[in-house]
Write a protein that binds this ligand. Structure first.
Ligand code: MEV
Length: 309
């Protein structure tokens, strides 16, 4: 039995979303986490192929993210004991890159266990289980990563007041996702923004407000099929993220390279200080933007289409 979960990127609104402003995230199906589950006589084992290790579930610390998601899922399924099975984890999502690797692995585990017991969990339930574990990874996650990955649809998300709305995308659009090759745990940048916000709340509240306006405007453009106008919003959002102190020279260089090659817009995506950036591309600019990102030092570029599916 196999279950999978996609990666994700934040289109607009990262960081501000932690402070109650809306943001938009979209799934990225080109990368995914995959969990296979098979019966095994010797209790529950977890094989992480990428890390080349096997752990016994009962030996893991209860706060370990893998132990936590398994425990929460079993309890939601009403299963008192762990299954006699081996879970094999594989993921093509780079860790600490802003593509939601932790949330995707957790989501695939929840789905695999539900399948194993012949059950179907609602995406909202999957999302809330994964959010609990995201709190262990990230401290104060907004919940947008687990939401977009569990729903596998573009989402307009607000933490407070809670809004989870899947977006219809009448005119699909394409993004080039350029990797800096720098691992940057979200927990660190989220913590730094919190310290900066505590030091100067007025400045940061107004930066967050501006990001929220961008997210609302972006939603209108996406839902009315005017996605070619998203570019200036992305450029503005990148500027605001720079002011928050979460960009870095490598991200700025990739954003500039994409814009110089004709991308309609570009910005960092996710926690920042490494990880990924995104650029809005068209048929005419795709090859040039990709080449330009690679020449500017991106070790890899993924092209992903954003649609309602
Ligand atoms: C991470 O994908 C997005 C951040 O806004 C953190 C969060 O929302 O939890 C940086």
């Amino acid at each position: 039995m196999i279950a999978t979960a996609p990666g994700k990127i934040i289109l607009v609104g990262e960081h501000a979303v932690v402070y109650g402003r809306p943001a938009i995230a979209v799934p990225v199906s080109q990368v995914s986490a995959r969990v296979a589950i098979e019966d095994h006589a010797n209790g529950l084992l977890i094989r992480s192929r990428d890390l080349n290790r096997i752990d016994r579930y009962s030996d893991l610390d209860p706060t370990h993210p893998l132990a936590a998601i398994i425990r929460l899922t079993l309890s939601t399924l009403g299963e008192a004991a762990a299954p006699k099975a081996i879970l094999t984890l594989d993921s093509s999502i780079p860790i600490a890159s802003g593509l939601g690797s932790g949330a995707a692995v957790s989501t695939a585990i929840v789905r695999a266990l539900a399948k194993y017991y012949g059950r179907n969990l609602d995406p909202a339930v999957v999302s809330s289980l994964v959010h609990e574990v995201e709190k262990i990874h990230h401290g104060t996650p907004s919940g947008i990563d687990n939401t977009v990955i569990a729903f596998e649809r573009p989402v307009f998300f607000c933490r407070q007041p809670p809004i989870i709305e899947t977006l219809s995308v009448p005119r699909p659009f394409r993004l080039a996702i350029g990797n800096t090759g720098i691992a940057s745990p979200t927990k660190n940048t989220v913590g730094d923004v919190r310290r900066a916000w505590e030091a100067d709340r007025e400045k940061h509240e107004s930066l967050f407000d501006a990001c929220g306006i961008i997210a609302r405007h972006a939603r209108t453009l996406i839902e009315s099929g005017e996605t070619h106008h998203l570019g200036p919003l992305m450029i503005d959002n990148h500027r605001l993220l720079r002011e928050m102190g979460v960009s870095c020279a490598e991200l700025d260089a990739l954003v500039e390279a994409a814009l110089n090659a004709g991308a309609l817009g570009a910005k960092l995506s996710g926690g920042g200080r490494g990880g990924n950036m995104i650029a809005l591309i068209t048929d005419e600019t795709e090859a040039r933007v990709k080449e330009s990102l690679l020449n500017a030092g991106a070790p890899g570029v993924i092209v992903s289409e954003v649609s309602s599916q």
